[in-house]
Design a binder for this molecule. Structure first.
Ligand code: GLN
Length: 339
């Protein structure tokens, strides 16, 4: 055990090492807080209680350091940000080939809640729109509903590094108003794409959307994907390395709804957004980014979230196809570097 004075000096050294990145995040927070466009989602009534000026940014490195500013501890429901993680769980449980037979990997170019399936195979277009996500949730294993939810929450906890819980008010709100998701699920049942336990699967889907996290958690979850599937703080494996690239590929091509193409072009990072106003982005091998701010643009992406990620990507050369120097400037701020 280090003496308190040693501990203090260690903490001070850590603080000073992350000070430059903290000032970058603080400056971005200040720059984009006055950006007051977009609207808070209200089609799920519970979401409408969010404050439009909630704004948090967090970055977590593959060394397990987290730097966060603003409302980074404000809890919110994961919504669609849960989808890539559930896809990872399904891959782990059933393998790639089976997943591909159930859910395609094509961007839709349509809204996240569109009721469209592939005309020839009846598969949903991808696991990050509602149809594909419900089909993926259907693949969560377990002998009964209780075991399936335990597996779902256990998987998310491995990414977050602590137990996670469902917000009951959001869950009830989702379930009361989720008629469109019911329609999507029943259409898929009609085509034999999901099993005949639609109500249970929808309940599970509403549960996963209602899991409470904050910006800090999401940055760690993103860093876990950046770190080959191992949580960089707890050392617990959340996803096998072999499937990390599958999840990241889908996030790259489909993670930002019908803005995914432009996002890939401008920001160039695997990412996922949710109607809660969160965006999670991954810089593979380096760090995870999370931004939370509830007002959404017309595509359903957080206005401030997109602005922060665009700025970070441009300023620090984070675009995937600038990989020869991706993130070096920003990553250099995290010491000591493990790789
Ligand atoms: N629970 C939301 C829904 O199913 C999730 C959508 C989202 O975040 N895009 O409509």
């Amino acid at each position: 055990m280090p003496e308190p004075s040693d501990l203090d000096s260690l903490l001070n050294r850590m603080r000073s090492a992350t000070a430059p990145i903290r000032s970058v995040l603080e400056a971005l927070h200040e720059q984009f807080l006055p950006l007051r466009t977009g609207t808070v989602a209200d089609y799920i009534p519970e979401l409408a209680f969010a404050e439009p000026d909630w704004f948090g940014i967090a970055v977590a490195s593959v060394d397990g350091q987290v730097v966060e500013v603003g409302d980074s501890q404000q809890p919110f429901s994961m919504q669609s940000v849960s989808k890539p993680f559930v896809y990872g769980l399904a891959l782990e449980n059933h393998g790639r080939e089976h997943l591909l037979s159930k859910v395609n990997v094509e961007p839709t170019g349509e809204a996240f809640n569109s009721i469209v399936l592939d005309e020839t195979t009846n598969r949903p277009f991808n696991p990050l729109v509602n149809s594909g996500a419900i089909a993926t949730t259907d693949l969560i294993t377990g002998t009964d509903y209780a075991e399936r939810i335990k597996n779902l929450l256990g998987m998310l906890a491995n990414y977050a590094g602590h137990p996670v819980f469902v917000d009951n008010a959001t869950f009830i709100s989702e379930r009361t108003t989720g008629h469109r998701n019911r329609a999507i699920a029943h259409l898929m049942l009609n085509f034999g794409m999901i099993e005949d336990r639609v109500d249970e699967t929808l309940e599970l889907y509403f549960q996963q959307c209602s899991v409470l996290v904050n910006c800090h958690d999401l940055a760690v979850m993103a860093a876990t994907l950046a770190n080959g599937g191992v949580n960089p703080i707890t050392g617990v494996r959340a996803l096998s390395t072999a499937h990390v690239k599958d999840v990241l590929s889908i996030m790259y091509s489909c993670g930002m709804y019908d803005y995914s193409g432009e996002w890939g072009y401008l920001v160039g990072l695997p990412a996922k957004s949710g109607v809660c106003g969160a965006i999670l982005a991954v810089v593979p091998g380096k760090f995870g980014i999370a931004v939370f701010s509830p007002p959404l643009d017309e595509r359903g992406n957080s206005v401030r979230g997109v602005a922060v990620c665009r700025e970070l990507s441009q300023r620090f050369g984070l675009h995937a196809f600038e990989a020869h120097f991706a993130g070096t400037t920003l990553t250099d701020e995290f010491k000591p570097a493990r790789r």
